[in-house]
Every structure is written in C-alpha cells, then in structure tokens.
Design a binder for this molecule. Structure first.
Ligand SMILES: *[C@@H]1O[C@H](CO)[C@@H](O)[C@H](O)[C@H]1NC(C)=O
Length: 395
C-alpha cells in the first residue's frame, strides 16, 4: 500500500514535472526574475526611508549579480543565493540562460533599447566573473579614496550621467556589487518635439512641481479598470520587442493602494485586458538619478548568510571563509524625453483620435519595462516626483 502510494507519487511527479522540464529556460527565468523584482519592489516601498522617494531597479540585472554570487558561494550561503534566484534549473544551464537573457534584452542593435549596464565586483580579484561583470580593486581601509574610486568608475562608464553612486562606504572590508545603468527609452513612435509644454506635476493633492510634459495622441494598448480606479498603458519601445508599462491611479493619491495590488496575478489580468485604442498620452520629461542600497532588501528576502561576516561562505572566490557581502548598489540614470522612431503621420487623420482616452501622467505612477517575448520585467519603479530637488509649491 505505502509502496504503491510512493510509486504513484513518483509517477505523478514525473508527469507533472515534465512540462516544466521542457519549458523554455528563458520563460522560467522570466517568471523568477519577475517574482524577485516584485518582492524587492515591495520590500523597498515598505521601507520608511524611501517613503517619499522614487524607486527604480532592474530585477534581471540584480539576478545577474546574484548569478555571479552563486558561482563563488558555497554551502548554505550558496543555497540562499539560489533560493532567491528561485529557478528550477541545473546550475550550468541557469548561468548560460541568464547570460543569454541579459544579452538579449539589452541588445541595442536588435532592440534599440538604449539601456547601458555596467556591473562590477569590488573585492578580491576573481577569474570567474560572468554576466559582463568586471572587477575593481579598492582599499576599503582608505575609505576616502575607495569612495572616490567607485564614483570615478561610475562617472567614467556612464559618460557622467551617474556621477555618484554612493556617498559613504558601509564597511572597511567585504565585497561590493555595483550595477550602474543608463536608460533612456527610445519610443517605437516618437513624441513630437514641438508637443512639449510646462505643466504641474502633482506630488500630492497639496504639492505640485513645475515640469515639462510631452504629449502625443496615437494608438496604444490600454485598459481602464473602473472598479479599481486605475489605468494600465503600454507604450512600445525601440523595435517593438520591449514596452514601457504605466500603472497609474485615475487621480492623484498615494501609491500604497496600487502597490498592494501589484502582484504577478494582477499584472497578468490587467495585461490580458489591454486593447488597442486611441489614447492621448502625456508624460513628464525627466532626467533623474535613482540609486539604492539593495543589500538590506535582499537580506529581508533571505540573503542572510552572504551579508553576515561570521557566516558568509564565498570560499569559491577566496578559497577560505573570509569574505562577505558588504554592499549591493544599483544606480540608474533615467532620462525620459521625446526621442524615438519616426512614425506615419497619416494616423492623425483617423477619426477615432477625436474621442481618445486620456492618460495624463501628472501624478505619481508605477512603471515597468517589459520584454514582450519572455514577459521578463527588465526594470520596475515608481515616479513620485519629477525632479530630485524639492522645488515644489504648496497648493
Ligand atoms: C511597431 O509597431 C507599430 C504598430 O504595430 C508599427 O506601426 C511599427 O512599424 C512597428 N515598428 C517597428 C520598428 O517594427
């Protein structure tokens, strides 16, 4: 009896397991990196110190650094890194697939995505750096020079768009992972340079900041959820393999309500309801630097040993248990402006445009950049304010 239950369970396991095994590795990865991104996003927006801050992170790029970490970690430290990645795949295959996904989604020639990624590990030198990570050497004991060195690298590799990733160094030892990125969405159909004017961005019902906004009416996939008082808009980028998705409440309000609804399941539901229709889109023009120390959020999600000096096991890198992760930084220069592919002006003759829906992003919204092929969330963030300065007016 017991025997047959076990046999049945094993057989069932095989049958149920089979489709997963045959699933395309990039779709497995896309699912895991999206979960990782949403968990990180939730951990960050629940952090009191980020309460009124813009947030932006790249789940795929975080995953790539975790991939590097997994290669150097041993024992329980390694298991924790892998369970954060949460991909049911053999390790060799995982690294190959994750590299391939990262290469594909950031391929500028193929996609015109305009997304530059630089990743570096500061710490002991190590030959097995993957995922286009390079290595930097700093003397942590000389904090002033270490800081200068890190920021000089950031500035140099982003043509000065990210002049500073970090203001102070957390520890005097350990390894530091840094991802710095420059992202400037190149619209599949450009906004007109002459369709730009000054408006107010409503930081809250009582505070507004002057901002330039760009406007364009066209055909977009769009969904209005009346019950939840939110809209979901897809704006294609580059060669249409990537989209910017905007999730915005109908009216200005704190984003907590939408953030609570931000689950994979809801994203899928909203996406299924997108329909191409005439939409008048207005977006703020922004030029922002958004950087985060991700370490404590990764720790909250289970990366506990890696950051613990007494427990971390990165003996795959140093040969000994003498290295831990002291910082994980990600910083992005985000530049949203009018540029993109030229488009067919004949569209403006279509009469549907006269009754276009409005998507007027003059108040806080959540956005993400999604790969259309795999569904991977490449970047996820929220815009609470259109500039980093506090130059707003009380209403
Ligand atoms: C992107 O899609 C739009 C709408 O279907 C189409 O008009 C345009 O030509 C596409 N662009 C590219 C570069 O494929």
């Amino acid at each position: 009896m017991w025997f047959s239950v076990v046999v049945a369970a094993v057989l069932l396991g095989l049958v149920v397991g089979e489709p997963v095994a045959k699933q395309d590795p990039t779709s497995l990865l896309s699912d895991s990196t999206t979960s990782l991104g949403l968990s990180l996003y939730h951990s960050m927006v629940n952090d009191a110190s980020l309460k009124s801050e813009n947030v932006l992170l790249s789940p795929v790029v975080v995953a790539s650094s975790l991939g590097v970490m997994a290669l150097g970690a041993r024992q329980n430290t390694a298991s924790q890194v892998k369970s954060l990645l949460n991909v049911k795949m053999e390790e060799d295959k995982l690294h190959a697939s994750l590299s391939e996904l990262l290469r594909d989604v950031s391929d500028d020639e193929e996609r015109t995505i305009n997304w530059k990624i630089n990743s570096r590990l500061y710490g002991p030198s190590w030959s097995k750096l993957h995922y286009r990570h390079d290595h930097g050497k700093i003397n942590f004991r000389d904090k002033r020079n270490a800081l200068l060195e890190i920021n000089k690298w950031a500035e140099g590799s982003t043509k000065s768009k990210v002049p500073e990733v970090i203001k102070s160094l957390p520890g005097t030892e350990g390894a530091v992972f840094i991802n710095i990125m420059v992202f400037k969405p190149h619209w599949a159909e450009a906004f007109g340079h002459n369709m730009v004017d000054n408006r107010g961005f409503m930081i809250s019902r009582h505070r507004t900041a002057s901002v330039q906004m760009m406007h364009r009416t066209g055909f977009y996939r769009f969904f209005e959820d009346e019950a939840n008082q939110l809209q979901f808009l897809e704006i294609p980028l580059g060669q249409n393999q990537t989209s910017l998705m905007i999730l915005m409440p109908f009216h200005v309000e704190p984003l907590e309500r939408l953030e609570k609804m931000l689950t994979k399941e809801n994203l899928r539901k909203w996406s299924e309801q997108l329909r191409e229709q005439a939409v008048a889109v207005s977006l703020p023009i922004v030029d922002l630097n958004i950087g985060h120390e991700l370490q404590k959020h990764l720790e909250q999600l289970g990366l506990v040993e890696a950051v613990d000096k007494s427990k971390a096991d990165f003996s795959g890198i140093t040969g000994k248990k003498d290295l831990h992760l002291s910082s994980f930084l990600q910083a992005t220069a985000l530049e949203i402006t009018t540029g993109g592919n030229p488009f067919d002006e004949h569209v403006f003759g279509r009469k549907e445009l006269q009754s276009a829906k409005l998507s007027y992003a003059d108040h806080p919204f959540i956005f993400f950049v999604q790969d259309k092929k795999t569904g991977s969330v490449l970047l996820i963030g929220r815009l609470l304010k259109s500039s980093s300065e506090e130059n707003h007016d009380e209403l």
